[in-house]
Structure formats: structure tokens, C-alpha cells
Design a protein around this ligand. Structure first.
Ligand SMILES: Cc1cc2nc3c(=O)[nH]c(=O)nc-3n(C[C@H](O)[C@H](O)[C@H](O)COP(=O)(O)O)c2cc1C
Length: 341
């Protein structure tokens, strides 16, 4: 699939996730075969451009091309200016966020709240496309409210504005993350557009990826939460799409190696203080469902330095490797129950 002049190596894309898909994580997913990744959203508010958070998010150093920077905001001129800034900063694709359901974003009439005002949507699309000479993509939801899904009009208008690809999460803003993603509207959108359509929402296995691609006719699938603590999901999906066969799950030795490598990258990227804190959620995701992981995590959360954190993770995995890591299905179910209650 192409986004503008860029041919992606496959049709598996890492969803932008603020607080998760930083440069180390995007790089890891690309290593495991994701054909494309989009940055965390960056506000178009110029006054925040030099904040620590924005600087981390705008760091694309050494990242595999094409580099896609996501911008969020509500003012067409600010967004156009943010797009120009990101291109000067190294972005080869600019992605506009019209999907985020978070209160903090929607209260400022940004993210999915924009879907309430189609005229503003059109002005933003036109302004950003005119502002830069790189492809501009759009990520959005089905609409703002259930029963008032306006994605067919928004999608058509986006294509007319010159948007190069549309990523569509099969939920409305009202859905937040509840209910299940509705792929039927993604299919309808795909039928009326000529630009690539990327299907998103609840894709968490190779079979689901194949089902969504087949059912919607979408050009690509975008995977978010299922890649947390599981960046090899892209390898698994790519293998399944190619051969129809399931790849074996990674061994504990490989999970250990991937996680420790990921931690080293996070420490280098964020430094001592933030590196230790940001790594905690990743460690929690990687270890979910493993033997005694609940107890391990409670202790791990208390560790305050990167060196000690690295050591406790290493020791936990060494112990699994030495004493056997596999829990019975019943034990896994018990752990899952404990963790979700
Ligand atoms: C923690 C988190 C942060 C997210 N941040 C962003 C973001 O910065 N920009 C965006 O367009 N979507 C964001 N999303 C939405 C995802 O890109 C995606 O649309 C959503 O999670 C549905 O896909 P999934 O079911 O594969 O997770 C975020 C989702 C999560 C869970």
C-alpha cells in the first residue's frame, strides 16, 4: 500500500497511542514487521511546543521512514502551522487526529469532538493539505454520537481535500472504548473512497486481522492496544496473512530479551527519572499472565532506579526460565480474573 509516494513494506500499522507509541516503541514494532507507525499526538498549541513532553513526542531521530507525525487541535491556522513545523522537524507524513475521545482533548473541540462540526473539519483538512507538500492522512471515528454517524460525508470530504489515506476506528466518540468496533461502516467507507482506507479497532489476533481485511476490503489494518507488551504481534499477523498458519508464541527467553532491550532503549530515550516511570507500564503489559506476575509487579512498581528496575525484571525472567514459566490454563484464568477485578 502507498501513502502518497511512500510504499509501505506491508499493510500492518501501529496505531498512535499517546504515552505508548514513543520512538522506542515504534522502532520495536517496525523491527517486528509493522509496515508503518504514527507518532503520539502532538498539540498544535505553539506555547507547548518546547515542553518536555512535546520534545519527546517530536523526536524522530534515526526512525525508519516514512516518519508520520500526528497533530491535534481545533484551529485550522494553528494546525497548518503545526504541520509545517513537523515537516521541518523531519516528518514525511502528517496525520490529523480527529479520533481522540479524551475529555481533555474534546473539551477544546479537538480530536473526535471535531466531528460535530463538519464545516470546521473541512476547513482544517483544506488548511493542512495546503500548508505542506507531504502527504496528509486523517485518523478519525465513525462520528460523534451513536445514531448520528457522519463518517460517509467526512470521508468523502477528506478525499476531496486531498487526504492521502484515512484511518478509521469503528466506534463513535460516544462509544469511547465500549461496545465493539463496527466494521460494517468501515466497509461502506472503503466502497466510496479511492484513497487507501485503514481499518482500526479491536484487532487483537492474526485471525481477526484477516477477518477485518477480508470483510471491510480495507487496504491495511491498524493495531493499538493489542501491541502493548506484544510488539511481535506484527510478526504473527504478517506470517498468518502470508501462510495461513499460526506462528508459535515467543519463548520466555525471547520475551526476556525483547523486554530488556526495550527497557534499555526507554532509559536512553527518557533518562533516569522518566525512563524508570514510563517503563513500568510496559513491564506490566509484557508480564501479564506470566507466573506470579501480579506479585512481581507490585514489587517492581516500588523500584525507583533504572538499574534496579532492569535487575528485578532480569531476575524475574531468570526465575521463570529456571523453574518453568508455563501456568496451567486454570492458573492463567485465575490471574486474569484477579487482574480484571
Ligand atoms: C493509551 C492510548 C492512547 C491513544 N492515543 C492516541 C493518539 O495519540 N492519537 C490517536 O489518533 N489515537 C489514539 N488512541 C486511539 C488508538 O490509536 C486506536 O484508535 C484505538 O486504541 C483503537 O484501536 P485498538 O482497538 O487496536 O486499540 C489511543 C489509544 C490508547 C489506548
Amino acid at each position: 500500500m502507498y501513502i502518497g509516494p511512500y510504499q509501505l513494506s506491508n499493510n500492518l500499522i501501529v496505531a498512535p497511542m499517546a504515552g505508548v507509541t514513543d520512538r522506542p516503541f515504534r522502532t520495536l514494532c517496525k523491527y517486528f514487521g509493522a509496515g508503518h507507525a504514527v507518532s503520539e499526538m502532538m498539540t498544535s498549541d505553539k506555547t507547548l511546543r518546547m515542553s518536555k513532553k512535546s520534545l519527546y513526542r517530536a523526536n524522530f531521530d534515526g526512525e525508519l521512514a516514512p516518519i508520520s507525525a500526528q497533530i491535534a487541535g481545533s484551529d485550522p491556522r494553528d494546525l497548518a502551522e503545526a504541520a509545517r513545523y513537523q515537516v521541518a522537524n523531519g516528518a514525511q507524513i502528517v496525520d490529523i487526529n480527529m479520533g481522540c475521545p479524551a475529555k481533555k482533548v474534546c473539551n477544546k473541540l479537538a480530536g473526535s469532538a471535531l466531528l460535530q462540526d463538519e464545516d470546521l473539519v473541512a476547513r482544517i483538512l483544506d488548511a493542512v493539505v495546503a500548508a505542506v507538500d507531504v502527504p496528509v492522512t486523517l485518523k478519525t471515528r465513525l462520528g460523534y454520537l451513536n445514531g448520528q454517524e457522519n463518517i460517509m460525508r467526512v470521508a468523502k470530504r477528506a478525499e476531496e481535500a486531498g487526504i492521502s489515506a484515512l484511518a478509521l476506528h469503528g466506534r463513535t466518540r460516544e462509544d469511547m472504548y465500549l461496545n465493539t468496533a463496527r466494521y460494517s461502516l468501515i466497509k461502506d467507507v472503503k466502497e466510496i473512497l479511492n484513497i487507501p482506507v485503514i481499518a482500526n479497532g479491536d484487532i487483537d489476533s492474526p485471525e481477526k486481522a484477516k477477518y477485518v481485511l477480508d470483510y471491510t476490503g480495507a487496504d491495511a489494518v491498524m493495531i493499538g492496544r493489542a501491541a502493548q507488551g506484544r510488539p511481535w504481534i506484527f510478526r504473527e499477523i504478517a506470517h498468518y496473512l502470508k501462510t495461513g498458519e499460526q506462528l508459535a508464541a515467543p519463548s520466555i527467553a525471547e520475551v526476556k530479551e525483547v523486554l530488556l532491550g526495550h527497557l534499555a532503549e526507554l532509559y536512553e530515550f527518557y533518562g533516569e527519572y522518566s525512563g524508570c516511570r514510563i517503563s513500568r507500564k510496559h513491564i506490566a503489559w509484557y508480564t501479564k499472565g506470566l507466573r506470579s506476575s501480579n506479585e512481581f509487579r507490585q514489587n517492581m512498581y516500588k523500584v525507583e532506579s533504572t538499574a534496579d528496575q532492569y535487575k528485578v525484571v532480569e531476575a524475574y525472567f531468570n526465575n521463570l526460565l529456571e523453574h518453568g514459566q508455563i501456568m496451567s490454563d486454570v492458573q492463567v484464568e485465575q490471574v486474569n480474573l484477579l487482574e480484571t477485578t
